[in-house]
Design a protein around this ligand. Structure first.
Ligand code: SAH
Length: 370
């Protein structure tokens, strides 16, 4: 019998399960706190539960569906985790330490069904959707690795749904995970600290607008015209740019004061990075008068992707054109490129060259940089 993964249950669902075992309701609160607030990694570690109850939990349930297979540490402090699900599929998560906050980039699917030509994850194809519990567990495991099991985190945590997979093709599990993580009695990471990114699944952009207490939205654009976008992101044939913009216009009504949404634009040398592309992009944004900013992401190369990143000068010139036309634009600094942890590089690679430089089980201060 497959054991029930408690990490993916809402507080109400967890209560129902605990009551079904004939235990009082307050035990559900203890278990929820043990998993999400104390970030314990086993029932046995929940020493506030009677031994007999813990052994029944062990028989029927689990809090861990992900097994750490390997871990990579970048020279810039970024960590990439490669987990395996119980059915042995890869799940990757990236931990990015920053001055003020940490950012964890989680995956929503194992592999990805979209065929974006510049992204390494596309080469895996879709393996399967992750469950809400497998999404939440990525965050718990990353925090535990960075700070120690159950240790209070020194900085706040931002989340980005920009790992492997298309979050809006696994919408239900995504939203469920977001709700579990915002619980004050648990991880307490509020949706306002979360950004989810989509390649442009139009109906779900419209649906996200209807959810109160929703995460922020980012949209991967990569091209200012249908011709080029069809080539780079085949999903554009299903939902072309005008439909995408109209969904964005609809979504815009749900923005809070001061909130903007984001377009991500991967910069591919000589493909989508000319002055002309910048002017087209600014024209597109201005025509729809969107309350959005543009993040320019220089392409992260990875064999065998047939692209090179735009030069620094090209990216700056592109950004300057957008700014001159009134579009706020920012250049994203790549993180974790050396360990294939940067945007578009997640493909479950376990390169023995980088693996040699890690030491599982040691605290951060003991880790050697790659
Ligand atoms: N499927 C979702 C979530 C993935 S987010 C989406 O497409 O939005 C991953 C981000 O990295 C996207 O903005 C994508 O455009 C960008 N990206 C993909 N491959 C990249 C690469 N090789 N270099 C830089 N950015 C890349």
């Amino acid at each position: 019998m497959q054991s029930l993964h408690l990490t993916g249950l809402s507080p109400a669902e967890l209560s129902e399960f605990i009551l079904s075992l004939g235990e009082p309701a307050y035990r559900a609160k203890q278990v929820f706190a043990g998993i999400h607030a104390r970030r314990l990694d086993s029932f046995d570690a929940m020493s506030d539960l009677p031994r007999e109850f813990r052994s029944r939990l062990n028989d029927q349930a689990t809090i861990s569906n992900l097994r750490l297979e390997s871990r990579y540490l970048s020279t810039d402090g970024t960590r990439r985790y490669l987990f395996k699900t119980r059915d042995n599929l890869p799940v990757e998560t990236v931990f990015i330490p920053e001055e003020q906050r940490d950012t964890i980039c989680f995956s929503s699917q194992s592999g990805c069904p979209l065929q974006c030509t510049f992204c390494l994850t596309a080469q895996l194809g879709l393996l399967r959707n992750l469950s809400a519990g497998e999404i939440v567990e990525q965050i718990i495991n990353a925090l535990n690795d960075a700070y120690g099991v159950g240790v209070q985190t020194p900085r706040g945590t931002n989340l980005v749904g920009m790992g492997a997979g298309e979050p809006f093709l696994n919408f239900e599990a995504l939203i469920k995970a977001v709700r579990i993580m915002k619980e004050p009695a648990g991880l307490h990471i509020v949706p306002n600290r979360i950004t989810v990114s989509t390649a442009g699944v139009v109906p779900r952009i419209r649906e996200l607008a209807t959810i109160n207490d929703r995460p922020h939205l980012a949209i991967s654009l990569a091209a200012p015209s249908d011709n080029l976008r069809n080539e780079l992101m085949p999903i554009n044939k299903k939902w072309p740019i005008e439909e995408l913009m109209s969904a964005c216009k609809h979504f815009e009504k749900s923005l809070k004061r001061g909130e903007r949404f984001t377009f991500e634009y991967v910069m591919l040398r000589d493909v989508n990075d000319t002055d002309d592309h910048a002017r087209q992009l600014a024209g597109l944004m201005n025509r729809h008068a969107l309350r959005a900013k543009v993040n320019l992401i220089p392409h992260n190369p990875a064999e065998p992707l047939p692209y090179r990143p735009s030069t620094r000068e090209r990216v700056d010139a592109f950004r300057a054109i957008l700014e001159a036309k009134g579009i706020p634009a920012f250049v994203r600094r790549p993180r974790g490129r050396d360990i294939l942890a940067a945007c578009g590089q997640l493909a479950a690679r376990s390169d023995p060259g980088i693996e040699a430089s890690i030491s599982i089980g040691k605290r951060p201060s003991q880790l050697h940089h790659a």
